[in-house]
Design a binder for this molecule. Structure first.
Ligand code: SAH
Length: 215
């Protein structure tokens, strides 16, 4: 199977055709080898138009959803970005292509370790990882120009809004477990502008400012 051709087709048919316009975002998706972020038995499906299980009941999001969230951050290259719910590390790699520094948090240590290994192997050196509950952000490295949350929260976690820089953008899914709204929140002189982007369905954000953990 020609994975490079499948990746180019994904960029054209799933992203560009559906309205992803930012050239830097499209180039990042053309570069990052998504097939290295899915379990071996799913490699042939890596460039298909759907989420894929990555173990521990979690999923790597559909390419279009990753692109839509990324585009909404409006990255130009100089930003410090916080990512919550790193999972496979695919979204982390995309962010690393587009920003100056990436801080990625994942609560499941096994996923975190494999994400970290993949990013290292691919040569992304400006990414820092942390294991734990990202719903509280990463206060020691705040403020962030952009924050992306890849798991659904019942409401916007206040710590994340606090950790946004002036002009910063926060993109996250908010709502009940079966159907959420993807929001973009922008901070200007302390005031928040909020925009609904799209309906979506993510795995839950667990922990203090997310949903209660049952295990
Ligand atoms: N962007 C990821 C998608 C991962 S799915 C990818 O490209 O693969 C969402 C992830 O959020 C899961 O790995 C889950 O373990 C993680 N997660 C859930 N609640 C979390 C929390 N409070 N802090 C950090 N990570 C969390």
């Amino acid at each position: 199977m020609d994975l490079a051709a499948a990746r180019a087709r994904m960029v054209r048919e799933q992203l560009a055709c559906r309205g992803i316009r930012d050239e830097r975002v499209l180039r990042a998706f053309a570069r990052v080898p998504r097939h290295l972020f899915v379990p071996d038995d799913f490699q042939a499906q890596a460039y298909e138009d759907h989420p894929i299980p990555i173990g521990e009941g979690q999923t790597i999001s559909q390419p279009y959803m990753v692109a839509l969230m990324t585009e909404q951050l409006r990255l130009q290259g100089h930003e410090r970005v916080l990512e919550i719910g790193a999972g496979s590390g695919y979204q982390t790699a995309i962010l690393a292509e587009l920003a100056l520094e990436v801080f990625a948090i994942e609560r499941l240590p096994t996923l975190l370790e494999s994400a970290q290994r993949r990013l290292q192997r691919l040569g992304y050196s400006h990414v820092q990882f942390s294991a734990g509950n990202g719903s509280l952000g990463w206060p020691g490295n705040a403020p962030f120009d952009a924050i992306l949350v890849a798991a659904a929260a019942p409401r916007v976690p206040p710590a994340l809004v606090d950790q946004l820089a002036e002009g910063g953008r926060l993109v996250l899914p908010v709502g009940p477990s079966d159907a959420q709204m993807l929001l973009r929140i922008e901070k200007h002189q302390g005031a928040l502008q909020r925009e609904d982007i799209a309906h979506c369905a993510f795995v839950p954000l667990l922990g203090e400012a997310g949903w209660a953990e049952h295990d």
